[in-house]
Design a protein around this ligand. Structure first.
Ligand code: EPZ
Length: 420
């Protein structure tokens, strides 16, 4: 397993190109199941989860062509020969559950392994299943698999989500594009990645309105066609590198970053003493003075994103004053705390809240990654710490961030990957 060796204390200066969004790209690839024609996706991030999704689609029988031969663009399409999503893939990547809706819509049946929990929570899929039943699917859970069928096809319906679940919204949205009649998804998630998926589906001939409003209205059509779509920039990658600029006292240009996608994150950065300005190339992020403690509560979009919580925990651990971070989305997303405390942070967890007392400096230490965003929070701490930090289990990071050591080293960071 690869490790990172980081020697902290250098302010980051330079430019970082923001790649395509993992949490848009994964779903856009799944949208390719909705038509036999070619869906061409560009600006694809070269990360492990995208490769896993490619493998999942290929085992369903569709072609996934690496258009440029370098993983930057995929053409998805073809006939589906298997409607089963096996445990060994689904347990590796929970986003696999999103093939359920499209398989039901296109093939009227699906057998998808129940995704296990993961490090950050049990992550049930009850809202996905209840919503698909509302669209007329018959669903039976057996031997750890979801057995779903809709012999007469799906029928449009008004669905009210008890929680603005990103995945449930996406599964139901994609299923509804080929259902008979109108579907309304009320209390739909409003994350920008869903807006990107809606834009792509409409290019494919779907009839969806209400993007970003919290109520999606989908008028089913007979079939969808191929299209070409450029994946939106990754707002979480952008916010993560903004934290890197902030914690190191640097001045970094994030090429492709978009202020609109990062509303709550930018407001919180400014409150903490990190200045963010936008120009035609992207965002410029620099620290204007001492970091100040702020209070954060994670919420569905447009609130503060849970995927930025771990990164801000690192930033606030060296701010002046105290901060309180409350995680309302996942039940176990503080696993970075013990590792940050081993580097000298002073963080106390009380249930779903953590109190952070800022310290003057962190000290490098051997630490272990536990999940994708926690991995990066430890890198951020290492970039600011005195001395050497060794981060193990970097495979967690490689699932969702592309070329981290290259992007950081190009801005002056002393970081190297040791391959084992
Ligand atoms: C997506 O996960 C993202 N993953 C997550 O990013 C992100 O943290 C999350 O949305 C929230 O923004 C991808 O897009 C691949 P949810 P998802 O359904 O769809 C509960 C990352 O780091 N819930 O909005 O699984 C669930 O347990 C990852 O890139 C139910 O109870 O998120 C959780 O507590 C991590 N029943 C909460 O809702 C359901 O049927 C939010 O889940 C569905 C969800």
């Amino acid at each position: 397993m690869d490790r990172f060796i980081i020697r902290g204390g250098r302010p980051l200066r330079g430019e970082i190109v923001i790649g395509g969004a993992k949490n848009a790209g994964l779903k856009l690839m799944v949208a390719g199941l909705l038509t036999a024609e070619r869906l061409v996706l560009t600006n694809v991030p070269r990360i492990a989860d995208i490769a896993t999704m490619r493998d999942l689609l290929i085992q369903h029988g569709v072609a996934v062509e690496d258009v440029n031969g370098d993983g930057s663009a995929y053409a998805v399409g073809g006939e589906i020969t298997s409607t089963e999503a096996p445990y060994d893939i689904v347990s590796k990547m929970r986003a696999s559950i999103l093939v359920l809706g499209p398989l039901l819509a296109r093939c009227r049946e699906a057998r998808v392994s129940l995704p296990g929990g993961c490090a950050i929570g049990t992550r049930p899929v009850d809202m996905h299943l209840k919503g698909l039943e509302a669209l007329g699917a018959e669903i039976r859970l057996e031997n750890g698999y979801i057995n779903a069928r809709a012999p007469e096809g799906l029928i449009g319906e008004r669905i009210i989500l008890p929680f603005a679940s990103v995945g449930a919204t996406e599964n139901l949205l994609m299923a509804a594009t080929l259902a008979k009649g109108r579907t309304e998804i009320v209390n739909a998630a409003r994350e920008p990645e869903i807006g990107d998926l809606v834009a792509c589906l409409n290019k494919m001939g779907a009839r969806i309105s209400g993007s970003g409003s919290g109520t999606l209205v989908i008028d089913g059509v007979e079939a969808l066609q191929g299209a070409e779509h450029r994946i939106m920039p990754d707002r979480i990658e952008c916010g993560t590198y903004a934290c890197a600029a902030g914690i190191t006292g640097g001045d970094v240009r994030l090429v492709g970053g978009r202020l609109d996608d990062l509303g709550a994150v930018v407001r919180t950065l400014e409150e903490a003493g990190v200045e963010v300005t936008e120009d035609e190339k992207g965002l410029r992020v620099r620290r204007t003075g001492a970091l100040r403690g702020v209070d954060i509560m994670t919420e569905p979009y447009p609130g503060f994103p849970t995927d930025m919580q771990a990164q801000f925990m690192a930033l606030l651990s060296v701010a002046e004053g105290a901060s309180m971070v409350t995680e309302t989305i996942f039940e176990n997303r503080f696993m970075h705390v013990p590792e940050l405390n081993r580097m000298g942070a002073r963080i106390n967890v009380h249930g779903s809240s953590a109190i952070i007392r800022g310290v003057h400096a962190l000290s490098g230490a051997p630490v272990m990654a536990t999940d994708l965003r926690a991995s990066f929070s430890l890198i951020l701490a290492g970039l600011a710490a005195h001395g050497e930090t060794i981060l193990s289990r970097v495979y967690h990071l490689d699932r969702g961030y592309e070329a981290v050591e290259r992007k950081l080293a190009a801005c002056g960071a002393n970081i190297e990957r040791v391959r084992e």
